[in-house]
Design a protein around this ligand. Sequence first.
Ligand code: AMX
Length: 472
Amino acid sequence: VTDLKATLKSVIPARRERFLKVKKELSGKTFGDEKTSIGSILGGMRSQKSLYWESSMIDMDKGILFHGKTIEECQAELPQIPSISGSSEINEMVPEAMFWFLLTGKIPTQDQITGLSRELAELGELPDYVKKTLDNLPATLHPMSQLSIAITLLNNESKFARAYEKGIPKAEYWEHVYDDTINLIAKLPQIAAKIYHNTYKLNRINGDKLDYSLPGKIDLTKDLSYNYANMLGMTQESANINGLTEVQSQDFVNLLRLYIALHGDHEGGNVSAHSTHLVGSSLADPYLSYSAGIQGLAGPLHGLAAQEVVRFVLEMNEALTKENNGSTQYTNKQIKSYLWNHLNSGRVIPGYGHAVLRKADPRFDAMMAFAAARPTIKEQDPTFNLVVKLSEIVPDILKEHGKTKNPYPNVDSSSGVLFHHYGIKETLYYTVIFGVSRALGPLSQLIWDRILGLPIERPKSVNLDTIIKNAK
Ligand code: AMX
């Protein structure tokens, strides 16, 4: 045993005090003759323009714009896949179309989307070694860790890594990165379905033997979201594990379509996109790059908020019901007091706030519009109604709390509760669905990074002495 930790502990107070003093006094100044503010260097580079990203940009007021188009415009213009049985009239934009648009800037035709869905379905089956590795992971391992492990393993398949090893001209990099990207996007649904099955639904057969086979298969004639739902066992054609009606299971597929298309890209500075881009800049292949993005998505201030929101709502419901002697008819006053206690204990309210946006996230609005178009959700689901109620109460509380720059709901406020509604109650799984989606934007940018020959990223770091010396 060394006294390293004790030594560290002893130097913390003075270093922390000096850091906070410099942050307070010099944040408004710039570093030498550069435009960079010291506040930005010490404050997570918030909103500093220092990254190139083509496919999407966040407008502080309008929210995400994909190649300049709002979510509503994308929903109106991107082709949709007609409902499976033809009985549901509500179709959603599909991830295949969003990926095509993000990558090329062009709106695909229906035929092009059908072709891409087919190509992805044909590549969707995982190699045995990935299946076996997933089957051997402990069920206690967080689903996001399982996801990053499976994606990293696929690096064994990388055409880019093989070609690079052999030696290829720079101009050819992108073609291999493209092939790896398509292969990875195609395989994500089966990885994600296996994680769900292995972690939560694995059945014991013949005593100790476990049945690792998925409750549904890839259908080559169907789109990525349908196949994902099928492998999760949530369609009529698969095991229908949650006993959904035909309309409900079609709605669930449409929810996946909307969710995956919508969460695919959120410009380049968010943690998952930036990590993918940064690691990819070292010419690590798309599997390694995106697995780094997944590690970032697994942080509670980023993608993990998707799981935290529903947990927060359920815990609040439980605590207030208990306070009310078993009655769920608690008052807004009780909700407010619960929220204040939570804030006063130094915790954030998950699903609220944003680093860049300064209004309610339009992705939140789009998910809410999905729910509004299906009135039974509101009629039958108390958890959903609680989320809606919170979205009316929390902004005022956060304004009064006075810290957060954006007191409005972000995307994670609405998504988890909809998965919950269709019977995916395992909250820790929600960020995995986010991980299936987030590949679309960062990987299409990665292809462009190689097309354009972007260099390795290497910003300059500076210590506190240098900052003080150069403050202007
Ligand atoms: N509840 C309580 N306090 C909050 C808050 C919230 N929802 N959002 C921000 N604050 C606090 C911050 O912790 C910070 O406090 P500090 O000065 O004591 O450190 C202060 O308000 C200022 O923060 P900010 O500039 O408004 O936000 P940020 O850019 O530093 O962080 C975010 C943005 C999203 C991490 C933050 O709003 C947050 O923690 N939200 C809750 C978690 C969440 O929903 N994350 C999901 C984001 C969307 C996504 O990436 N999937």
